[in-house]
Design a protein around this ligand. Structure first.
Ligand SMILES: Cc1cc2nc3c(=O)[nH]c(=O)nc-3n(C[C@H](O)[C@H](O)[C@H](O)COP(=O)(O)OP(=O)(O)OC[C@H]3O[C@@H](n4cnc5c(N)ncnc54)[C@H](O)[C@@H]3O)c2cc1C
Length: 304
């Protein structure tokens, strides 16, 4: 028989979190509208499969950790969170790729576009990364960023003025909006179950995700989910965020290093060169870089 929620208590944080606006970027926010479930809902769902057992909090914690460690994902789908978010459109475009959520977005066909665009301060301009075509690497100086910030302000003011002139000329909102920049903020209700939310957070809190969406993911994770689902969050950090996947090739490298068959490389370049010459196992340059980063995070080599 399905059981009532077990020893894990209702989250005391929900009332204090609901409708609280967590600011993100210069004018964005995340707020919790509604929550269904908590750590206990995950435990309750799992116990349908695994039986009652004892009902101590420590057991619930162990159960949640077991579920997350072994990717028994469906119990995490039993909890849901509904957010209201305010996000620049370029960031939103990445966000909506996560298809497992339910969305209702502010309509700029029906209503005036929100009069706010994400702007970048003098110190907020990032350089193109040389190693990763998708990423950025380091910030411009204030001096170099200053003209970029100025031209951004001019562009955004012009775009808004043209938009409003079109509306005054009687142009339909659905057409008047077409030249608004991607920095324009939009708002949406976003509802997602805990399993898919953790998947979203794992991808978007990662250092490979764009900084802007990362700020949203970090806020959702650290400010909201950590409080609403403390046991799930702890397990998520331990077994997803701070975990490391070793491929067969990675393991081969580590085994050779551990056995002394290969000397520890002094630098990333040494490591890559050694891979080319002898124990060619990691096929692509990028994969070798990734393997080296794993060795560094294990403390086996030093990033130069
Ligand atoms: C750092 C980064 C860079 C990216 N770069 C690009 C890019 O350059 N171009 C680009 O187009 N996208 C890019 N993406 C988006 C990425 O490819 C995914 O679309 C996005 O992260 C959503 O992931 P998801 O499909 O796992 O999530 P969700 O859509 O939430 O789906 C969750 C899971 O449900 C399952 N699922 C959902 N829908 C289906 C379906 N229709 N069929 C089968 N299984 C399904 C899958 O197991 C999936 O992992 C990038 C994402 C990240 C994090």
């Amino acid at each position: 028989m399905p059981s009532a929620p077990s020893a894990v208590q209702d989250s005391p944080s929900l009332d204090s979190l609901r409708w609280k606006k967590f600011p993100v970027l210069d004018d964005g926010f995340v707020t919790v509208v509604d929550v269904m479930g908590n750590d206990a809902s995950v435990v309750q769902a799992a116990r349908v499969s695994y039986g009652e057992g004892t009902r101590k909090v420590s057991d619930d914690r162990q159960l949640i950790r077991y579920l997350l460690r072994h990717a028994h994902t469906t119990p995490f789908e039993m909890a849901e969170v509904k957010f209201l978010v305010r996000v620049p459109m370029d960031c939103w475009r990445q966000w909506v790729r996560h298809r497992t959520a339910n969305i209702n977005e502010y309509s700029t066909r029906y209503s005036l576009a929100i009069d706010s665009m994400q702007s970048t301060g003098n110190d907020g301009w990032r350089s193109q990364a040389s190693t990763n075509r998708q990423g950025s690497d380091g910030f411009l100086t204030n001096n170099d960023g200053h003209p970029l910030t100025q031209s951004e302000q001019e562009l955004q003011s012009l775009a808004r003025r043209v938009y409003e002139e079109r509306l005054q000329a009687g142009i339909a909102r659905e057409q008047a909006r077409k030249d608004l920049p991607l920095s324009t903020y939009t708002e949406a209700y976003w509802k997602i179950d805990l399993h898919n939310l953790l998947h979203f957070l794992a991808l978007r809190m990662d250092s490979h995700a764009q900084l802007e969406i990362r700020r949203y993911a970090e806020t959702i994770g650290n400010e909201i989910i950590a409080k609403l689902f403390p046991l799930c969050w702890e397990a998520f950090l331990d077994y997803r965020v701070d975990a490391m996947r070793l491929t067969r090739l990675d393991r081969g490298v580590i085994q050779r290093l551990a056995s002394g068959a290969t000397a520890l490389p002094a630098s990333r370049e040494d490591f890559k060169a050694a891979q080319d010459e002898s124990w060619v196992s990691l096929e692509r340059c990028r994969e070798r870089d990734e393997c080296f980063a794993k060795l560094a995070s294990l403390g086996l080599v030093t990033e130069s």
